[in-house]
Design a protein around this ligand. Structure first.
Ligand code: NAP
Length: 294
């Protein structure tokens, strides 16, 4: 019965008995609940099972971290670089994944342009592209040479565009095919930095390019996004970490209180490659221990 003007209240048919409540310290009840939760949870939107992803600069550093994270998520990794990738192949295998190594110097325009087409034709279509390979040249802006400017621009920006273009041409040529591109930019896509003029210019360029390509391809089945890593322990930051003053200043400014690790970036890349991020276009996600929030 309900009071006039009020909603009927449906009592449970069987009152909740005290014995249904778990004894306060019964851990086995927690475990049973957790098991139930696991069987109910569906993480397939975050899975890369069966997805074939090309990662440039996969022999070391962030590229290696991305390759291993992709393998852990069930993806198949095609690693591209100019150096031997045995170390990464071993780590991917240890994670239960498959790794195909492709040799290419991405500073050579002709080689970079031909590489992705060759991979696609010879070993099959790709579901994703991670533009990770990059270089840095440190010098005061007044001293930076034209060669250092050009070399950085070639690898960090022009090659990124070329590979995005080759990837998109292949995806768009097959009706119904979808693709995901993740460009590895930097916090220096948003900030100036010091003594890295060509690097900062190239990474600002990667931000603009990521947004432009997203606008052109979002409705055509290709997601273009990027990651802005903060300061990560790799060869790229070796000189900074070796300088006690710079190293302490950087660490002191990172809210998380530690340098980033390659797998911090790798796991974010998995999200941007997976179905979970299907409605993300043109985003540059900072993975920086809070550096940009400061
Ligand atoms: P890294 O350890 O120096 O790795 C750079 C990768 O790029 C290496 O695999 C390298 O191959 C490859 N590469 C460079 N030039 C190449 C070329 N011409 N052809 C083929 N591969 C080439 O540096 P990382 O820190 O992992 O950098 C990865 C990406 O993250 C870069 O785009 C970098 O700008 C970006 N990033 C890094 C940080 C950081 O704190 N570490 C922060 C922001 C952004 P080799 O080993 O053969 O040279």
């Amino acid at each position: 019965m309900s009071w006039p003007g009020s909603w009927p209240i449906h009592l449970p048919r069987r009152p909740i008995a005290c014995e249904d409540a778990p004894p306060r310290n019964d851990r086995s009840f927690d475990r049973q609940q957790a098991k139930g939760m696991t069987s109910l949870s569906d993480l397939s939107a975050f899975s890369l099972t069966g997805k074939r992803i090309l990662v440039t600069g996969a022999n070391t550093g962030i590229g290696q971290g991305i390759a291993v994270s992709i393998a852990r998520a069930g993806g198949l990794v095609v690693g591209v670089g100019r150096s031997a990738m045995d170390d990464t192949a071993g780590k991917v295998a240890a994670a239960g994944g498959s790794f195909e190594a492709v040799k290419a110097d991405l500073g050579d325009p002709a080689e970079a342009a031909a590489m992705l087409d060759r991979v696609w034709s010879e070993s099959g279509p790709l579901d994703g592209l991670v533009n990770n390979a990059g270089i840095i040249r440190r010098a005061d802006a007044v001293d930076l040479s034209e060669a250092d400017w050009d070399e950085v621009m070639e690898v960090n920006l022009k090659t990124v565009f070329r590979l995005c273009q080759s990837f998109a041409r292949r995806v768009l040529a097959e009706p119904g095919r979808r693709g995901k591109i993740v460009n590895i930019a930097s916090v220096l896509s948003f900030q100036g930095g010091i003594r890295v003029a060509s690097y900062t210019a190239s990474k600002h360029g990667v931000l603009g390019l990521t947004r432009l390509l997203a606008c052109e391809w979002a409705a055509k089945g290709i997601n273009v996004n990027g990651i802005a890593p903060g300061y990560v322990e790799t060869n790229n930051t070796e000189a900074l970490r070796a300088d006690p003053d710079r190293s302490a200043a950087i660490l002191g400014r990172i809210p998380a209180g530690r340098w980033g690790r390659p797998d911090d970036i790798g796991d974010a890349a998995v999200f941007l490659l997976a179905r979970a991020s299907d409605y993300m276009h043109g985003a540059l996600v900072p993975v920086d221990g809070g550096w940009l929030a400061r």
